[in-house]
Design a protein around this ligand. Sequence first.
Ligand SMILES: C[S@@+](CC[C@H](N)C(=O)[O-])C[C@H]1O[C@@H](n2cnc3c(N)ncnc32)[C@H](O)[C@@H]1O
Length: 170
Amino acid sequence: MYGLENEDPIVKYYDETLAISGESEINWYLEKVKTYGGPVLDLACGTGRITLLLLRQGYEVASIDNSEGMLNIFKKKLEKELPELRKRVFIEKNKISDFHLNRKFRTIICCDSFFHNLTVKEEINCLNCVAEHLRPEGRFLFNIPNPPLSFYHDAQAQKARYSENENHIL
Ligand SMILES: C[S@@+](CC[C@H](N)C(=O)[O-])C[C@H]1O[C@@H](n2cnc3c(N)ncnc32)[C@H](O)[C@@H]1O
């Protein structure tokens, strides 16, 4: 489980160093949403980097994540947005394998996160929840990242540089 933003470096530096998917993968999601439409459900939304882009494009988005720290960062980003955008987002702290929002979506996305279902049972539960929340013509889009070792090496080096700048050891 990801920790709090002032305690867990993974959370604190997620956007700068640890976000696995880059621009091309995110654009893939944005293009697919353009095709299949909103409303969108962003599973394991994290710091909201994809949800925010979708909101700025005018979509209605519901976002779920089980980390208070990641959601706190997301909420701080939202404070800088216009009220019109903020009213189109619904955020819930919950597991992606056990949620019931009582509404259906045209597109459900899960970027870099499906593997956070740690057992086959959780994977199946997550897929059942997805099925429960998809409209008949809806689509579920997810990716399974497989970054090269150099990604983790670079992320560690970058994290160390950030912490040096802050003058403390993580
Ligand atoms: C690699 S990050 C991806 C975040 C976001 N989708 C993105 O692309 O920036 C993984 C996210 O999954 C969340 N997470 C991990 N296990 C989860 C679970 N069982 N239910 C809900 N969220 C979970 C973490 O809190 C974290 O925000």
